[in-house]
Design a protein around this ligand. Structure first.
Ligand code: URP
Ligand code: ZN
Ligand code: ZN
Length: 460
């Protein structure tokens, strides 16, 4: 199968020009003006943007969490990703405390093998670091191509590790050529505030937000950064929401540390006023919670200064009936929200169209940087000869409205119901296959491949 994409405006992290792209099999084979080649299929991209497919390095598909499972499985979640121009996701395998990393990996393989529509990889979340876990790190890196290790500084009793384990893990990961990533919030402080609010009978979703003040995130981000500095491991903070966390990344940049920061689309465009309603606020109960307008400004600033390298989703959807598990107690509301389908369109509409970020920056933070940071570049994250033909063709002018009635995620509400956006995904190539066209998906679950990633040295 060959595809010729004609006359599109090709935008990468550092280029912007009009040309044709010729795809043979799974790979981009030629880029140039007026290519004279015979193709099985031609797509006229005149007036459209031709950009690398999105990479979302923070999703939770079919994840057992807080007594239930996130509602998108590998088939529905990765199909929704493709509709939204995302061609690769990285999910989190969660080690069970007391069990091995391989035990968890096999569990995640059981839920994902043969089911993904787009390409995918795993971060390994280490929730119990000990001598036997330590011995598995080298196998993860060298045999499985899993080169990033997630840690949680919160969710005590289920996922959280203490600082002693953190430093031990960092030393081993550094030795093996990997990266340590973190959910950086102070779990003990949060648990104290949750217990206090519950004891006072303050049980509405608003108290989820009030139990995780900015300082809980800023403190943990600083502590994590200092431990990473001490060990020299390349490090990455996931889902940064606030100025206090961002300032820790800015601080350590001054000592030339290999430290990267991710935010998620919701933290850039939604704020904590959404919790000031009755149980409806449960739709946005996620950890960390939405913050203030001043934090949104800080995060947009951080993107432009290069302190925030990635905009992900932390896609972790729960249906309304699952959210109702916390009807009488905010601490029982499953944490997480849907986002995998609309990250690219929301960021384009709210970021590029509103003059907050450039088009090149858009590509950098939705695709290229994730590929570089997580050891997949230039196979992924660019439109270039020899790279996988993961390509999004995007109409920058088409207007549309988001709604749970039309989205493809397996969740019965939208955090963005009725939002009017300018800019729409028109076609998506997934390793050379025209996966999305005319609002239809043309690849089956199982087309997506597991991507083994390279070692990470923290240089992008
Ligand atoms: O609320 C969230 N973010 N749920 C998913 C788990 C996590 O902390 O990323
Ligand atoms: Zn998290
Ligand atoms: Zn997450």
């Amino acid at each position: 199968m060959s595809v010729l994409i004609k006359n599109g405006r090709i935008v990468t992290a550092d280029e912007d020009f009009v040309a044709d792209v010729f795809v043979e099999g799974e790979i981009v084979s030629l880029i140039g003006k007026n290519l004279q080649v015979k193709a099985d299929k031609t797509i006229d991209a005149t007036g459209k943007l031709v950009m690398p497919g999105g990479i979302d390095p923070h999703v939770h598909l079919d994840m057992p969490f807080m007594g239930t499972f996130s509602s998108d499985n590998y088939a529905t979640g990765t199909s929704a990703a493709l509709f939204g121009g995302t061609t690769m996701v990285i999910d989190f395998v969660l080690q069970k405390q007391g069990k091995s990393l391989y035990h968890a990996l096999e569990e995640w393989q059981g839920r994902s093998n043969g089911k993904a529509a787009c390409d995918y990889s795993f971060h390994m979340a280490v929730t119990d670091f000990n001598e036997s876990t330590k011995a598995e790190i080298t196998k993860m890196v060298n045999d499985e191509g899993i080169t990033s290790f997630k840690t949680f500084m919160a969710y005590k009793g289920a996922l959280m590790i203490d600082d002693r384990q953190m430093v031990g893990l960092m030393q081993e990961v550094k030795k093996q050529g990997g990266m340590v990533t973190v959910h950086a919030t102070n779990g003990d402080m949060i648990d104290f505030l949750v217990a206090k609010h519950r004891a006072e009978g303050k049980l509405a979703p608003l108290y989820h937000y009030l139990s995780q003040p900015e300082i809980t995130e800023a403190e943990a981000s600083g502590r994590f950064s200092d431990m990473a500095y001490y060990t020299g491991v390349p490090a990455y903070i996931v889902h940064m929401t606030c100025e206090g966390a961002l300032n820790q990344v800015r601080r350590v940049a001054a000592r030339n540390q290999k430290m990267y920061g991710e935010t998620c689309i919701q933290y850039l465009i939604l704020d904590a006023s959404l919790y000031e309603q009755n149980f409806e606020g449960a739709k946005w109960v996620m950890s960390p919670p939405l913050r203030q307008k001043k934090d949104q400004e800080a995060l947009w600033g951080g993107i432009n200064q290069g302190s925030v390298q990635v905009v992900a989703t932390d896609h972790c959807p729960f249906k309304w009936e699952q959210k109702l598990m916390g009807k009488d107690d905010f601490s029982k509301i499953p944490n997480g929200a849907p986002g995998i389908e609309h990250r690219m369109e929301l960021l384009f509409s709210e970021g590029v169209n509103k003059g907050r970020i450039s088009l090149n920056k858009f590509v950098e933070i939705t695709s290229t940087n994730a590929a570089k940071i997580f050891g997949m570049f230039p196979k992924k994250g660019c439109v270039a000869v020899g790279s996988d033909a993961d390509i999004m063709i995007f109409d920058p002018n088409e207007e549309h409205t988001l709604s749970a009635k039309t989205h493809h995620m397996n969740v019965d509400y939208s955090g963005y119901e009725g939002w009017k956006l300018k800019g729409k995904v028109k076609s998506v190539l997934m390793r050379g296959q025209v996966a999305i066209e005319n609002n239809q998906i043309n690849v089956k679950p199982g087309y997506g491949k597991f991507v083994k990633r390279n070692k990470i040295n923290g240089i992008i």
